[in-house]
Design a protein around this ligand. Structure first.
Ligand code: SF4
Ligand code: SF4
Length: 397
């Protein structure tokens, strides 16, 4: 007897990306139609993101009012709206494996993206934005100029970037720093607190992540200060990007290369007794791939701070990496994140916290616009990483 898939943690099958059949367009088309048919009859995910409304519109607005009448070339409209947040797979779908219907909607769209990438259909800008380490290394050398050029108020460069690169002129972009987290850390002498309980007991290696390394070292420094304060011996590791941006583009061979490079260094640290701590949620997900077991760790941590009420906003922020900044998807990303932004304007209590720095930036941009429309004050000028709030609470930063 089959049980509903979501009554237990879903099983995720390995992606068959080395198998040539996986890229067979006719087979993929048949599989997409099979799954779309199931979704058509179910429709539970209608409000999770833009992919499902796009799919249901394609079904409802064709003469047959069925999946059969949807043109295969329109499937990409569904695929391009998916940020690979995994919410449908992890929290909503009753037909995920081990259910015999084997619905894994995000990985199906990822397969479609991979086939499109093979056919050269991925946008030039999206591919360039995914090159995190190359971009970070180049931009840190010219950080003041790069930050001037990418500033949202720059009426000279931003319209030009929109026209030539397809980066939405309204999207806030991350700023680059001249001194990366790895470089800053070398100049910050930190030793574990010998009188704290974890002293001599715990060791943590901070996987810097590209965002913290190239854009926001303060998060990494705060994490190191907090861990050292509670006696944990720390060290920084950044062999390279985890490969998440390549996953978004359907370039699995690049993901595999990054995984080999990063895991080689991290495994050596694990063998020396270090726990691996990632400073960006999506990179942690990439490394662990065990979302059902992770839970709201940031909120759990923040609840340890006395007299500090925490509101958790459990909705998708809509950012999804490059999805949030490209011209064709920026407005969709803002629309998906609107309930979060609205709740933030109405509810937040003095700090806004996100363990995904890009999502934090995106939410704050939308919240700022909503607050201005409603004549309200924003609860905080910028989103912080949970560990930064923790460092404030300890008086370390
Ligand atoms: S993974 Fe997220 S964005 Fe993609 S279809 Fe599922 S809910 Fe929508
Ligand atoms: S992904 Fe699952 S829950 Fe969502 S619409 Fe499709 S069948 Fe229903």
């Amino acid at each position: 007897m089959s049980r509903e898939g979501s009554l237990e943690a879903p099983t995720r099958h390995p992606i068959e990306w080395r198998n040539e059949e996986f890229y067979d367009s006719a087979k993929l088309d048949a599989e997409m139609r099979r799954v779309f048919e199931i979704c058509h009859g179910c429709r539970r995910c209608f409000n999770l993101c833009d992919s499902f409304p796009r799919l249901f519109d394609l079904i409802d607005n064709n003469p047959t009012e069925d999946v059969e009448g949807v043109k295969s070339e329109d499937f990409s409209k569904v695929t391009e709206a998916c940020t690979l947040c995994d919410m449908c797979f992890m929290t909503k779908c009753p037909y995920v494996p081990p259910h015999p219907w084997q619905v894994d909607f995000p990985h199906l769209l990822l397969r479609h993206r991979m086939v499109e990438a093979r056919e050269g259909k991925t946008s030039f800008t999206a591919r360039q934005l995914a090159e995190m380490d190359r971009n970070g290394t180049l931009m840190r050398a010219i950080a003041p100029v790069a930050n001037w050029a990418s500033h949202r108020d720059n009426s000279l460069t931003r319209p030009l970037m929109e026209k030539t690169l397809g980066i939405d002129a309204h999207a806030e972009l991350p700023k680059f720093v001249s001194r990366t987290f790895v470089a800053s850390d070398r100049h910050t002498p930190i030793a574990p607190n010998a009188s704290a309980p974890a002293f001599g007991q715990r060791k943590a290696a901070l996987f810097a992540t590209c965002f913290v390394n190239y854009n926001k070292p303060v998060t990494g420094l705060a994490a190191r200060a907090v861990l050292n304060h509670v006696g944990v011996e720390t060290r920084v590791a950044y062999p390279g990007c985890c490969g998440m941006p390549f996953l978004e583009q359907g370039e699995l061979d690049r993901v595999a290369k990054q995984a080999i490079k990063v895991s080689k260094e991290l495994i050596a640290l694990v063998e020396q007794g270090y726990d691996i701590v990632t400073l960006t949620a999506s990179c942690g997900l990439m490394l662990k791939f065990e979302w059902p077991l992770m839970g709201s760790k940031a909120a759990e941590l923040l609840r340890l701070i006395p007299d500090t009420p925490i509101d958790v906003i459990e909705r998708c922020a809509g950012h999804g990496g490059t999805f949030g900044v490209l011209k064709e998807t920026h407005s969709v990303a803002m629309r998906i994140g609107k309930p979060v932004m609205r709740q933030l304007v109405n509810q937040a209590r003095g700090h806004v916290v996100s363990d995904c720095p890009l999502a934090g930036k995106h939410i704050m941009q939308g919240a700022r616009e909503l607050a201005a429309q409603d004549g309200k004050a924003l609860p905080a000028p910028a989103a912080e990483h949970p560990i930064e709030v923790f460092a404030h609470a300890y008086g370390l930063i």
